[in-house]
Design a binder for this molecule. Sequence first.
Ligand SMILES: [Zn+2]
Length: 419
Amino acid sequence: MGTPLDQLGPQPLELAPCPPAAEPGSACGRAGPVWLVPTGVDRGPAELADFTLEARVGGRVVVETGGVSRSLRVAGPSGLRAAVHGMRLKISVLRTFPAGPSALDPSDARAKELATAVVQDAAALWGQCGFALGGFALGGSALGTLGPDDVRVVDPPKAQLLEVGCDGGLPAQGGQVELATRAGPVKLITRPGESPGSIAVRLSLELERRGFVTRVAENPPIESGAGPSYDVSVAGRNASSPELRAPTAGKFTTDPTLGLCLGDLDLADGLQHFEDETARAGTLEERSLLRGLATAEQGTVGVLVVPYFSGRGRIGEAFIGGGGAPLENLVLLDRAGLRATARSSTLAHELGHVLLAQPGHPDDFGVDEPSRLMDADASDASAFGPRRLLLEECQRALTEHGPASAAPLLVPADTPQPD
Ligand SMILES: [Zn+2]
């Protein structure tokens, strides 16, 4: 049996007719109903406190009466045949600079505690679908609890990102690309008509020849662009910085159409977040962070907590993949987003974009339904806040990321446990 979450009672018993199996002369009583709620907030008004019990999917409710104890498993919704699915989450709390304070607290231990509490609350809302998010051990009682390795405090990545074709993915007209590195200058002649993809590959080979470790990835084209741009992720051996910068002459390229941009990741001045135009690719600074951390672990959703986003209004972002998007199953959240989680369920909402594989919201074109988790702008810290999921949303999550999907995140966690 796992750690106790909540306790209710003693509950008053009402006399009730006995079931046929009861021994003759027995007296029978009935208690309840008792509502199981995912978090303390969902208890609702005080009058309901005597009828609600906090419970987690995958756990058990123990009933004790007259010295006899029985337990019942907390399962998923009956509309989904009570199935329980688990999903792994990996949480990385970023430091503002290497060896500096983390996004949440100067103490690493405290930062991990804060992150764990918020993630568990957010994950609990998905219990409505029978999903136990946040690390789980099949066959064990650790369902829905984050393990010690699932929450980490990490330095910003030392790897750097170059985007080839950053001016709308236009082909080259002919010129020279040049950059300074820790291992000396790297120069490349571009040919008229050559695509950014071809130049990215040649540049990466050139860098590897200097002893760097590189990776090339295609970005989805932006609406106003001619074609895709390409990211070249560059790391020094032993995870050192490649120290990429502009050449002394000041310009990365003399080619009139081929753009070359160097990602500048600085969490101290706020992470530049994406606007609609770049939504599928993320900004160059976001990609420098996400590609550099290499958090993409198959079947896992990565949650990254940064100090703050630059500009106003943005507190959380989801990278949902699909449609050629280069980054997937990642949620970015800043300190404000973590704080707003109680009011707006920000983290559970962003996880919803990933699970439903849907960037939009039910109220984007329709009626506001502020009690729904996926409502775009609801904010309310009570049980009536944006916390509810519909059965069809649970079904959609299983279609998109269930065990039989092309990109499974949710795996069956049905392990028979003795009473
Ligand atoms: Zn949203």
